[in-house]
Design a binder for this molecule. Structure first.
Ligand SMILES: [Cu+2]
Length: 112
């Protein structure tokens, strides 16, 4: 009986961790292209109150850096590199980001 309970507990734990992985893969995901000082799109609308993922693609010829002081995120991308940032649940509002290597490239994440 005891062994059975332990097996059941293990099975529940295994299921819970699989569910956790599935959740991470299923985050609402938004694409951002950085291209030598151009951001596409420069305005990203996301749902408030849940974790989100931003996939960042540097399609430019030079390095780029996705940076947000408000969100405390920084990600350097070599030319041609793809990466992502996961952002914790946001309160509704606007959060600025920019390309730290091309500071005229200013964008905003709008959480609704
Ligand atoms: Cu920086």
């Amino acid at each position: 009986m005891k062994l059975k309970n332990q097996m059941a507990a293990l099975a529940v734990a295994a299921l819970a961790s699989v569910a956790g992985l599935a959740q991470a893969a299923d985050l609402p995901t938004f694409k951002l292209e950085m291209n030598d000082g151009k951001l596409n799109p420069a305005r990203i609308e996301v749902p408030a109150g849940q974790r989100i993922k931003i996939e960042v693609h540097n399609i430019g010829k030079g390095a780029a850096e996705f940076e947000s002081v408000q969100l405390r995120k920084e990600k350097v991308l070599a030319p041609g590199a793809d990466s992502f940032v996961v952002i914790a649940p946001l309160d509704p509002g606007e959060y600025k980001f920019f390309d730290d290597f091309h500071q005229s490239a200013q964008g905003v994440i709008v959480a609704k």
